[in-house]
Design a protein around this ligand. Structure first.
Ligand SMILES: Cc1cc2nc3c(=O)[nH]c(=O)nc-3n(C[C@H](O)[C@H](O)[C@H](O)COP(=O)(O)O)c2cc1C
Length: 316
């Protein structure tokens, strides 16, 4: 529908503006901590110290923020993308695994954040399908932690691409570069005819469309010409001998291939995927696709949790 296309174009245009990611928190009427992910955070005034965030009128917690007298804004650090995902999803208790404390107003201050602002409510202004919540800063703090960055629907890890290049130069480690190719909520999987096993397209390097042995070359041979690809996952095999680097890309038209096919998100035969790492990765992809908020997974093949990349745990 034309209207949907317009909305998507509008979202895409807004998404070109890189932002940080915050968790906006308060206490509800029963003094229970509540909060949600927001990237609409903006500084308003230096004197007096005012900031704002925009809250969707459809927000489940709108009542607490409109009636409450205070709130806090936590600026997430680079390693906290999982917290961002938790606070953007319908989770019954988003604070269950969160380490937090109270400062001046009692609104939750999340430990490990790059910065925080504890505010009294200064104004609550109508703004289309959102309300603009203006806060007067009563206390704040900041650290030298690198903030989490959000751009075009992705969490951006500013250092990761550089670290990957170093991994590729390390001759003692085998490198596998794979791709999650999506076409309208379907994912492309290659079938191994003899064993019935499914796997993602992969090669030993990303390469170019002209390089037949590279990932992009192999994709081109299957008529998969994705204009843009984003880093999605970097992890080590359980025996520490292989670094696996996965990209994600979207194409508009489903292609026909004798090598594999597109599987609807709801009909993926997970049991046929080649290993547990692939299953974890694909489940995360589908979850984040629904939210349109992609993180970068960095870690070990088996544990499946997001963790900060370090020289020791990923040989980078
Ligand atoms: C990166 C990111 C930024 C977001 N920014 C905002 C925002 O600024 N304002 C907002 O109301 N929702 C924002 N959302 C969506 C909310 O976090 C999401 O709808 C959440 O489920 C709302 O929770 P609630 O209904 O429990 O309040 C954002 C989500 C993501 C992933």
């Amino acid at each position: 529908m034309a209207n949907n296309d317009f909305m998507q174009d509008f979202r895409n245009a807004l998404g070109t503006f890189p932002t940080g990611v915050t968790i906006v928190t308060t206490l509800d009427k029963d003094n229970k901590p509540i909060g949600f992910t927001a990237n609409s955070f903006t500084s308003v005034s230096l004197k007096p110290q005012l900031i704002l965030i925009c809250i969707d009128k459809a927000s489940f917690n709108l009542g607490s923020f409109s009636k409450g007298e205070s709130f806090a804004v936590n600026v997430l650090s680079e390693s906290q993308d999982q917290i961002s995902t938790t606070f953007a999803r319908p989770v019954s208790d988003r604070f269950e695994l969160i380490d937090w404390e109270s400062r001046v107003t009692g609104s939750p201050i999340i430990k490990g954040s790059a910065a925080w602002f504890d505010c009294s409510k200064d104004n609550f202004i109508d703004g289309g399908d959102h309300f603009i919540l203006v806060g007067r800063v009563l206390a704040f703090d900041s650290t030298t932690k690198t903030p989490l960055v959000y751009l075009r629907g992705n969490y951006v890890n500013l250092n990761l691409e550089q670290k990957m290049l170093l991994a590729m130069e390390d001759e003692t480690t085998k490198v596998v570069v794979g791709a999650l190719i999506e076409c309208r909520k379907k994912i492309f999987l290659i079938e191994d005819g003899s064993t019935d096993v499914l796997h993602f397209p992969a090669a030993s390097r990303l390469g170019t469309f002209d390089d037949e042995m590279s990932l992009l070359g192999r994709l081109k041979k299957m008529n998969i010409l994705a204009a843009e690809h984003y880093l999605f996952s970097v992890f080590e095999s359980s025996d520490n001998k292989t670094s696996l680097i996965y990209y994600r890309a979207q194409i508009d038209e489903e292609i026909l291939s004798d090598k594999g096919q597109f599987y609807d998100f709801n009909k993926i035969p997970f049991e046929r995927l080649e290993d547990e790492a692939s299953r974890i990765m694909l489940r995360r992809y589908i979850e984040e696709r629904e939210l349109n908020a992609f993180g970068i997974f960095v870690g070990k093949e088996v544990d499946g949790k997001v963790e900060a990349i370090t020289k020791t745990n990923a040989k980078l």
